[in-house]
Design a protein around this ligand. Structure first.
Ligand code: PMV
Length: 323
């Protein structure tokens, strides 16, 4: 049997602005997806017959990327992530599947994490009509804190470049690691799920519509870019008070873009008294918020009291691994 784990992610800064070429900062979380595979006498996934249309990521990895023609497989998936919540559950699934399959097929060969991130990105794009940024898959594969941008930012270490031919033309990104302090003090991420699905495509389209109706709103993107750089600089020197302030500011900018929601705002406000900062994370319209805090239990309680589902994660978590 081959087993692998890949973490989910949350976006700390730069969601939506990244669609317009600005940087996004994403961070791997402790929770993720476990995949185990073994050779079997029939194709089975989670105890049921494998319906390829229900698992486009897995199907693409198996057939198009690995060109798997071996014996049927029994695949088990166990996810610790809220799904459709902006936590990168499909990227984590792609990466864990790619890693487990690599172990099964090529047990002698070392797992190439960058190749895996690219495989995961291709699987995401195939499942999303050719449109996907490498943010989720790169963060889940590499772990730590990842900066995805049209340009290389100072204070980051370049890891690889990603390209994708989308229905709108060719896109390219620079994927970098943020350089974080060696010792991270006692700060935690607390994710709060609103219980509502986060419709990424719809939210991105709403923003595009808003900007075409009201071009003055484009300044919000520049504001988010500046906040992102400030947040990243503070993160790299371990100044978490400033990171938190930047998160609060980022939330306000995202609110003025119209991508927050009443439930996201409620969870953010409830978390603030016990947090360094809090904001929605990902596409918005539902999904999750994230708080940075030295008092994670208190923030979790606040999220629960306000109707959300909390999850606590270390600030720095490792990327995909064989288990
Ligand atoms: O909610 P998520 O994790 O799918 O994040 C979407 C982030 C956006 O910037 C809104 C879209 C994108 O493609 O980067």
């Amino acid at each position: 049997m081959a087993k692998a784990f890949a973490p989910g992610k949350c976006i700390l800064f730069g969601e939506h602005a990244v669609v317009y070429g600005h940087p996004a900062v994403a961070i791997a979380i402790e929770q993720g997806v476990n995949v185990s595979i073994e050779k079997f006498d029939d194709w089975v996934i989670d105890g049921k017959s494998f319906d390829h249309s229900k698992y486009p990521h897995i199907s693409h990895i198996l057939h198009d990327l690995f060109e798997y023609k071996g014996e049927p497989l029994k695949i088990e998936i166990e996810s610790q992530l809220f799904s459709a919540a902006g936590l990168g559950s499909s990227a984590a699934l792609s990466n864990a599947m790619g890693a487990a399959l690599h172990k099964l097929i090529k047990p002698q060969e070392k797992l190439d994490i960058i190749k895996l991130a690219k495989i995961g990105h291709s699987a995401e794009a195939a499942a999303q009509e050719g449109r996907a940024s490498p943010t989720d898959t790169a963060t889940s594969a590499l772990g730590g804190c990842i900066v995805v941008s049209g340009e290389r930012l100072t204070g980051t270490e370049h890891v690889f470049d990603a390209e994708l031919v989308t229905p709108e033309g060719k896109r390219s990104w620079s994927v970098c690691k943020a350089i974080l302090p060696e010792e991270i003090e006692d700060v935690w991420l607390i994710l709060g799920f609103t219980g509502e699905a986060s419709p990424t495509g719809k939210m991105v389209a709403n923003v595009a519509d808003l900007l075409s109706r009201d071009p003055d709103k484009k300044s919000i993107m520049t504001n988010i870019k500046e906040i992102t750089q400030r947040g990243l600089d503070a993160l790299s020197v371990g100044n978490f008070e400033v990171v938190g302030m930047a998160m609060n500011e980022c939330h306000e900018q995202l609110r003025s873009l119209g991508v927050s929601s009443d439930s996201l705002d409620r969870l953010v406000e409830a978390s603030k008294p016990y947090s360094l900062g809090a904001k929605m994370t990902g596409a918005g319209g539902g999904g999750c918020m994230v708080a940075l805090s030295r008092n994670p239990q208190r923030v979790s309680e606040q999220i629960e009291i306000s109707g959300g589902k909390p999850m606590i994660s270390k600030l720095v978590s490792k990327g995909v691994r064989l288990i």
